[in-house]
Design a protein around this ligand. Sequence first.
Ligand code: AMP
Length: 449
Amino acid sequence: MDSFKDFNISNQLHYAIDDLGFEKPTPIQAKAFSVILSGKDMVGIAQTGTGKTFAYLLPILQELKFSKQIHPRVLIMVPTRELVLQVTEEIKKLSNYLSLRVVSVYGGANINTQRQEVAQGADIVVATPGRLYDLVLSRTLQLKSIKKLVIDEVDIMLDLGFRFQLINIFELLPSRRQNIMFSATMTEDVNELIHDFFITPTTVSIAVSGTPLDNISQYCYAVPNFYTKANLLVYLLNDKDVFNKVLVFTSNKRSADRLFEVLNEYFGYEIAVIHSNKTQNYRIRSIENFNKKKTRVLVTTDVMARGLHIDDISHVVNFDTPSFPENYMHRIGRTGRAEQEGTSLLFYTEKEQEAKEVIEELMDMEISIIEFPEEVEISTRLTPSEQPKDEEPRSAYKKRDESLGSGFHEKSDKNKKTNQGGSYRRLIAKKYKKPRTRGDKNYNNRNKK
Ligand code: AMP
């Protein structure tokens, strides 16, 4: 679908697109349109700036027939008030030639005004989960007519801790509905939500290139556990000339905080950490300081690092091995920009070995192994998620704890059965050829010649 003319949409929508000045659909728009129109559940992997908002709005508005009904038929949930306003604006632009009622619902603003707006009837509600739930509980808003649910920026939403609010809302929605979700990153949390609430969704993504840039050298270290990884990183960071601007990735904020604690003891103000529990101001300041080289090392998570503009990174350190290989490609792409040389290091435990191999399959090459340095102390200290599990039966109501979200976590029984890693691996293996360089440890160097 190279042109909006190929889209089966009304003249009114065509006029609105013309007014917006869009010449052709973006890749995510071209891919998502027919899937959403077919009524299937869909998971879109796309970040801000790809045109994802119109990717879901176009088919939804095409389907939405004029109605005077009070209760909304489409619910769009987003993590922040800013995004509520932005999406509402986009809907208004696209529905310029349609008769359509959209209401915005978000915290930090007068609830009574929003009550009145909702009471007048809406076709689409755009909301943050907390305020939406308040309005539903006070019976101002009824969700029984919702046919389509969109959750945008799911990764951020889960990172901010909205999981329980989302689940509460799911329970109030009719079970016969279409679920559409967009996320910039695939994380364990997002994956779990999809498995729990989506029905055989179609995944739509803009293919991540598995070809790393030639100017990025990639190495890996086999390391037994978290605190030994921390010892290794401290050892490496002691070389301040070589490791002069280091971006360290962990897969979740608990690991990020734990690592920061260790590094902070050794390097103090040279280290900063950002994730979604830090305030926006703190995050902005930390990134600025890192950019100006006032801090040498920035520890962050995959979700938070999206959209960051940072140049001249000397090293990307993958402290956890990402279970989704695309995240590895995004991470290492942060270094070696603008033809500069960059280095990526990957630390993997035995449990993470398979994830490392999936990454290698995606890239069609092996990552060179560096011998674990003798000088680095092997730690016997274990994080809560590395501790051996006792055999007590798990309570269904057990709160999410250390054992979730970490690179070493025990999967829930349900997920164990579905064997995510294996099936994902098979998928990737089908998509890409087997590595041609298995065992060839000098691939990187050879490739650079
Ligand atoms: P989003 O990824 O939804 O945040 O959109 C990013 C920006 O791209 C927004 O400012 C949109 O107005 C713009 N945009 C969306 N679709 C297109 C398109 N097909 N052509 C040009 N710009 C677009």
